[in-house]
Design a protein around this ligand. Structure first.
Ligand code: FNR
Length: 342
């Protein structure tokens, strides 16, 4: 496959399946157990129909894609979610993701368990490039302080503390192919510990892996500046909800959360319309993991193309949906009664 053959984001999965050694591809592709959550992340978007409005002035839609994430400016409400082991896709690993994100002016969240160190990634940043550093933090204060200090010294603009991995994911597919599955570390910590962590750094510490309205409300209560609704790409707990389902739950039971803190989401996002459905509920930015890891088989050019594709799809889908200004999208653009044929 050539980069010119890539039409949409799912084509990067197809290309990577052809290019990569089976073990490398399998590590990226894997979901937990029977992979129900992995599939549900992809399929859930099709359960909710759009309600396109017609005869709306959409001439300026493209100019309304830029947004802020925790006050930083980006060209679109999308980001590269943190994924471990970038070198499984390309020898330059995370450096390509970083450079592609800079070229497309979107946010990149490097993973702690990356193929390059926090410092190596920082050294390759573009002038003024904003990155949010993903960390797993244990209740060992010395280790935690060290990771927070390294992230700060490397110029990270925020910490993404992943909290959906209290234990290993149950990764059958990876085990079958004899590939180590870990992209998480035990992170058995509590809300009390979050309070402590937030006093150990002056960087904002956001939480990744919120899966219920209950915990979203607790995040507000504990003064978390932002949360990422995520089930880790369906890699941790099979049966966990997709971020769209969690966003719907928040919309129904505590819609004020979307105004109280910034809410981001990831998992299964492959098309412009998927992004629009999340944004319509009040999600501020949407992350993609595997599509970028697979795009990396083409190096930085692949990352840039992936960004172009999703941005273009957001713009044309918004236009066809009758959304003239992305800031103004709201839940009325989606039929929230799910299709009953799926
Ligand atoms: C991940 N994810 C992840 N998350 C995290 O917080 N720390 C990590 O180290 C990793 N590692 C990782 C490796 C690989 C190969 C994948 C595919 C995913 C989860 C990631 O941040 C994100 O939540 C999902 O990838 C989003 O789902 P999609 O876009 O891959 O469907």
């Amino acid at each position: 496959p050539n980069l010119s053959d890539i039409i949409g984001l799912p084509d990067f999965d197809w290309a990577a399946r052809h290019y990569l050694p089976t073990k490398n591809y399998t590590y990226y592709r894997n979901g937990a157990a029977g992979e129900w959550s992995y599939r549900n992340n992809l399929e859930v978007f099709h359960r909710y129909r759009l309600r396109p409005r017609v005869m709306v002035d959409i001439t300026k839609i493209e100019s309304t894609l830029p947004t802020t994430i925790l006050g930083h400016n980006f060209s679109a409400p999308i980001f590269i979610s943190p994924c471990a082991r970038g070198a499984y896709g390309h020898q330059e690993g995370e450096l390509n993701l970083l450079k592609g994100a800079a070229a497309g002016n979107i946010l990149y969240m490097p993973a702690l368990l990356a193929s390059y160190t926090i410092e190596e990634i920082a050294a390759a940043k573009a002038e003024g490039q904003v990155v949010f550093q993903q960390l797993y933090l244990s209740s060992n204060d010395t280790e935690t302080q060290d990771l927070l200090d390294r992230s700060k010294a490397a110029g990270a603009n925020a910490i993404v503390f992943t909290v959906d991995s209290a234990a290993d994911g149950n990764r059958h597919r990876a085990a079958r192919y004899g590939v180590g599955s870990a992209d998480s570390e035990y992170t058995y910590i509590t809300w009390d510990y979050y309070k402590k962590v937030s006093t150990m750094t002056d960087l904002p510490v956001i939480l990744k892996g919120i899966m219920t309205v209950d915990d979203a409300k607790l995040a507000v209560k504990n003064k978390v500046p932002a949360i990422i609704l995520s089930n880790h790409g369906g890699r941790q707990l099979d049966g966990s909800p997709s971020s769209l389902e969690v966003a719907i739950e928040i919309h129904e039971k505590a819609p004020e959360v979307f105004k109280q803190i910034e809410v981001y989401a990831d998992g299964g996002v492959r098309y412009g319309a998927d992004v629009l459905k999340l944004l319509s509920l009040g999600v501020k930015a949407v992350g993609l993991g595997r599509p970028f890891m697979f795009a990396n088989v083409f190096g930085t050019k692949g990352i840039e193309k992936a960004i172009q594709i999703i941005k273009h799809e957001i713009a044309i889908d918004a236009a066809n949906l009758g959304v003239g200004n992305l800031d103004k999208i709201d839940p009325s653009y989606v039929q929230w009664t799910p299709n009953n044929w799926m």
